[in-house]
Design a protein around this ligand. Structure first.
Ligand SMILES: [Zn+2]
Ligand SMILES: [Zn+2]
Length: 256
């Protein structure tokens, strides 16, 4: 069994809790210590129960609470060399850092962790596929477009946490300055609803049980558009879906 829950997702902070057996991992830590503890408590977990943190990249919505968490619980932090360099003064204590590379799988307790490279405007960003001998959970946020290698990594997953950042029409019509619209919608920016749904439609989904839409923009997207596009993409499958919110994340989702 693998279960997972978003603690909150969006440009104001991201963290994803993943558990299998006695192993609990946090993917990113974009919430400060009090907020993180409060959000974990909702799921019946205290920070001391985390076995490790996996970092995707150095943007503050993913690492704002990282150093404080590591000061409290001294758990290992898995991070690419480039991300660690880009963290600078925000990096956790050196003895906690474990350097990882895209393409090199490693194990933490009951979970196998496969980092893979993504196109995003950060130094050396990765995303992760977490698996047991029987189950695969694919995580993908903060990617400007979908490469063939990413598509292959996410094939055959039992569950996906997938970025539905913006709706192209809403981004274009929205209040952001032109440079920001270009950045967000560009090849190193974020996945829009159509790109995410297309990825789902092109991916081997025979085993897919659940898709959680994540990293929705509060300015440039709306839940109704995400829900309807997601439902259409998943209509040939048996998978259920949910949307992670900035304020409340998601409840636990269990795949078996
Ligand atoms: Zn982000
Ligand atoms: Zn980012």
């Amino acid at each position: 069994m693998i279960r997972f829950a978003s603690l909150g997702s969006g440009s104001k902070g991201n963290a994803l809790l993943v558990q299998s057996g006695r192993t609990r991992l946090l993917v990113d830590c974009g919430f400060g210590p009090r907020e993180l503890a409060r959000r974990l408590a909702r799921l019946g977990v205290v920070p001391e129960q985390l076995d490790a943190v996996l970092v995707t990249h150095e943007h503050s919505d993913h690492i704002a609470g990282l150093a404080a968490l590591v000061r409290r619980v001294a758990c290992p932090v898995h991070v690419t060399r480039g991300t660690c360099a880009a963290l600078g003064a925000r990096a956790p204590a050196a003895e906690s850092v474990r350097t990882i590379r895209a393409g090199e799988t490693f194990t933490i307790g009951d979970l196998s962790v496969a980092p893979y490279a993504v196109p995003h405007d950060a130094r050396e960003p990765v995303q992760y596929v977490l698996s047991t001998s029987r189950l695969r959970l694919g995580v993908l946020t903060d990617a400007g477009h979908v490469t063939a290698a990413m598509q292959a990594m996410l094939a055959g997953c039992d569950a996906l946490v997938l970025e539905f950042n913006h709706d192209l029409e809403l981004l274009e019509a929205g209040p952001y300055p032109r440079f920001l619209k270009t950045r967000i919608g560009g090849p190193q920016g974020h996945l829009d609803n159509e790109a995410a749904a297309t990825l789902l439609e092109r991916t081997d989904s025979a085993r897919l049980q659940h898709v959680c839409a994540a990293h929705l923009s509060e300015q440039n997207n709306c839940r109704e558009r995400v829900a309807s596009r997601l439902a259409r993409a998943l209509s040939p499958t048996r998978a259920t879906s949910g949307i992670a919110s900035q304020r409340d994340g998601t409840p636990w989702c269990e795949i078996v």
